[in-house]
Design a protein around this ligand. Structure first.
Ligand code: GLY
Length: 405
């Protein structure tokens, strides 16, 4: 990252609010995007308030969303626990302010025990978004051991007969009431990055092979002819036979849950980055075409929570899905797929506008408004979410890096 250039973001004063950002004269760095500079200024303030509350408490409180007017903090074993620590590192990338790096390290290290979590697949999100970023930013070799240990935990969920990592247990919680044998959700593609890194750090190809098998089974079984993704595929654990294709967080079994499509394009982007296998790149293009040619995708490119939600246009949007997709598209651009840049920029312009981006001191000190956790579970509807902010800042850092070249 071109730190000296990114640092320019930090010099934009608060009185810029409400004004269009001026054109940056540095010929190598295009700051013409309408809202990017003021967004970073807002991020510094919002996250400044958020972290002050945490620091004043004397312990790590991990903010996930807003519920009944209050910030909801979660414990280490919540699936979203890695996002807020990871967000600190993207703030460091974007500002070069050491304080974000220090907070990132501090919050990340509180999560170390998560590396032994075996009760669901989300250990990949939790450890990669925290320790993965901590390693990238600090080069602390000890973090590699945490990543490898977490990958070992995730590997315990690999079902050899089906060739997949089982996402959820079939006999616990609300998932246990669905009669599943080996449920795999499209979100699980996001956990594969941890596995690929673990092979790089340990030289043990087991993790890599599990990830490839999982991705290939997902490619084969989790998509419809139009390249939209089912949310859940239930496999017969021992044989790999597909027992059913369903949803848990989407509108219906046959609908296209928006965040699921986002996890899908991001997940296959990861697989392409590590393997350079063109079949994964082809998948990203297939999914891109489904999303961006869909008749129900609004003009601002921020999807409704489900592409088939029954009352469109009177349905909540999901800013998190848009942020995840934008970040994946920038990564594809970075790998030479420059045709996606304009779409990613358009998403970022929408998310950065006052329609989605909160005013300082509002929104529980989260950055983005208007995400959806799970409508079927009546949870987090039209709310801020820590992962919307995480992927939004990741996308912003990727965009800034691309434009600084
Ligand atoms: N992985 C859970 C979700 O996307 O809501």
């Amino acid at each position: 990252m071109k730190h000296s250039i990114l640092f320019l973001f930090g010099l934009i004063p608060l009185f810029m609010f409400g004004c269009n950002a001026p054109k940056e004269t540095n010929s190598n760095f295009d700051l013409s995007d309408k809202y990017q500079q003021e967004v970073l200024e807002v991020a510094k303030q919002q996250l400044g308030y958020q972290t002050k509350v945490i620091e004043d408490s004397g312990r790590f409180m991990n903010p996930r969303t807003v519920e009944k007017g209050f910030v909801r903090y979660v414990g280490n074993h919540d699936w979203t626990s890695g996002f807020f620590p990871g967000t600190m590192f993207y703030m460091y990338d974007l500002t070069q302010d050491q304080k974000w790096k220090d907070l990132g390290v501090k919050y990340t290290e509180t999560l170390e025990s998560v590396k032994t979590l075996k009760s669901h697949h989300d250990v990949g999100f939790m450890i990669n978004c925290s320790f993965g970023n901590a390693l990238r930013v600090t080069n602390n070799e000890a973090y590699k051991d945490v990543i490898v240990e977490a990958a070992k935990s995730l590997s315990t969920r690999y079902r050899e007969g089906a060739g997949v990592i089982q996402s959820w247990d079939e006999d616990r919680g609300w998932q246990g009431e669905r009669g599943w044998s080996c449920p795999v959700i499209i979100d699980n593609m996001m956990n594969l990055e941890l596995m690929m890194k673990a092979t790089q750090f340990s030289q043990d190809s087991t993790f890599w092979n599990i990830a490839v098998s999982h991705a290939d089974q997902t490619m084969k079984n989790q998509f419809r002819d139009d390249w939209s993704s089912f949310h859940v595929v239930d496999y017969q654990k021992e044989t790999g036979e597909v027992r059913s294709r369903q949803t848990a967080q989407g509108y219906s079994h046959e609908s296209a849950w928006a965040r699921g499509q986002a996890w899908a394009i991001y997940g296959f982007t990861i697989m392409y980055r590590y393997t350079k296998d063109p079949k994964y790149l082809q998948m990203t293009d297939n999914i891109y075409n489904f999303i961006f040619n869909h008749k129900n995708l609004p003009a601002d490119l921020v999807p409704y929570w489900d592409f088939d939600a029954p009352n469109i246009p009177n349905e909540p949007r999901d800013a998190s899905a848009a942020a995840i997709t934008a970040s994946a598209l920038y990564e594809l651009v970075e790998m030479g797929e420059t045709q996606y840049k304009a779409t990613a920029d358009k998403i970022m312009e929408s998310l950065s506008s006052p329609v989605y981006r909160a005013l300082v001191g509002t929104n529980g000190n989260f950055l983005l408004m208007h995400s959806v956790g799970s409508i079927p579970h009546k949870a987090e509807i039209d709310k801020p979410l820590n992962y919307a902010d995480y992927y939004f800042l990741e996308a912003m850092a990727r965009k800034a890096e691309l434009e600084s070249i």
